[in-house]
Design a protein around this ligand. Structure first.
Ligand code: NAP
Length: 342
């Protein structure tokens, strides 16, 4: 059912992969960027064959400017843009405002343009963060508890944005077919130096800037599979996806296991700097004082969070590749493009 689709935040890691798959599937793609010169130029360079099938427009989640024009003539929207920083901002509204208000803005302009399908890139961060319990298994029916003060601003921003979208669609656009895709940590090949936060661990492990490994684990999913799930959500029959929530996760894996995969699957000369020592638990809160990226780990040390994505598999026939290959492909792309110099 290809038509015209708006992908928000075309400079992003997931959005870039999604744009490529949508173009390959015959969709005409519009995408928004905040910086036309840098972001727009990079995107054009990545998809030189797209010609008129790819239009790049300027729009920011915090302003109305540009959205009406970007949305004109679109059948569908994949709302991917949202801030995903490495550290924790002093003011949580730096994340919550663009996530929540931005989503509502994109929805409002989508309805005004007659868009009938809306897929929101939410996150497992909107599913699995209820710190006061010892639960280890979650699925698409679970919600992060935003009233828990220990929930990080990023998880809060994603949860509030998804909540707000669902409420808004119910009250203001009940005919619009809305669903969300909720991935865990996304890895896989990168295409430029503007790395998503989810790639940072593999980069730091390879370049030696992480001398010890925090005892932290994540679910991993491949960017190519996440993009494919978005395409399925955009193309499936309306009744299969209306109101649905599609968690997207491969296996839960400790960061130590990721370093083992790197060492066992890459040539030795490329893994000389990959750490081998586990960071002692007492070091995490101390380091968190000086390193903002460690702050998110304080509550995650030793925690297991397994996300079940069988709902996406059963409803949409979605499949995932082997996560070992995803880890290797992430590292390969970082090294081959000399983003990491080993
Ligand atoms: P990314 O590479 O950092 O991309 C984020 C995108 O959002 C960029 O295009 C960025 O634009 C855009 N953006 C941020 N603030 C904006 C604003 N105020 N107005 C307009 N655009 C704005 O991150 P990603 O990994 O692709 O993530 C994309 C989406 O997937 C996010 O919604 C994220 O929460 C979600 N997600 C990611 C993961 C993961 O592990 N990567 C997992 C679950 C969910 P600029 O280039 O201009 O900064």
């Amino acid at each position: 059912m290809a038509g015209t689709v708006l992908v928000t935040g075309g400079t992003g890691y997931i959005a870039g992969e999604l744009i490529g798959q949508l173009l390959d599937s015959g969709w005409k793609v519009r995408t928004t960027v905040r910086d036309m010169a840098a972001g727009g130029g990079r995107l054009r360079g990545r998809f030189p064959q797209a010609g008129d099938d790819l239009a790049i427009m300027k729009a920011d989640l915090l302003s109305d400017d540009g959205w009406a024009e970007a949305m004109k003539g679109c059948d569908a929207v994949a709302h991917v843009a949202s801030p995903f920083p490495m550290g924790v901002p002093k003011d949580e509204d730096e994340l919550i405002r663009p996530a929540r208000e931005g989503t509502l803005r994109v929805l409002r302009f989508a309805r005004e343009a007659g868009v009938t399908r809306f897929v929101q890139t939410s996150s497992a961060a909107a599913i699995a963060y209820d710190h006061d319990s010892d639960r280890t298994h979650f699925d698409h029916t679970d919600w992060t508890d935003v009233t828990d003060p220990k929930v990080a601003p990023y998880a809060k921003s994603k949860t509030l944005a998804e909540f707000a979208a669902r409420d808004w669609v119910r009250d203001n656009a009940p005919d619009m077919v809305y669903c969300s895709v909720n991935p865990v940590a996304v890895l896989g090949p990168v295409h430029d130096e503007d790395l998503s936060t989810s790639i940072e661990f593999v980069k730091k492990a390879l370049d030696g800037s992480m001398p010890m490994i925090p005892h932290v684990g994540v679910g991993i999913v491949d960017v190519r599979d996440v993009a494919a799930l978005h395409v399925k959500a955009l193309e499936a029959e309306a009744e299969k996806v209306r109101g649905e929530r599609f968690a997207a996760s491969g296996p839960f894996i400790w960061l130590e296991q990721i370093t083992e995969v790197l060492r066992s699957r890459l040539p030795e000369r490329e893994t000389r700097k990959v750490p081998t020592t586990r960071m002692p638990g007492f070091a995490v809160p101390i380091l968190a004082v000086f390193m903002p990226e460690m702050r998110q780990l304080r509550t995650e040390t030793g925690r297991v969070r397994v996300i079940d994505s069988s709902h996406a598999e059963n409803v949409l026939g979605w499949t995932m590749r082997d996560c070992t290959q995803t880890i290797v492909d992430t590292a390969r792309s970082l090294i081959d493009q000399r983003i990491v110099k080993v």
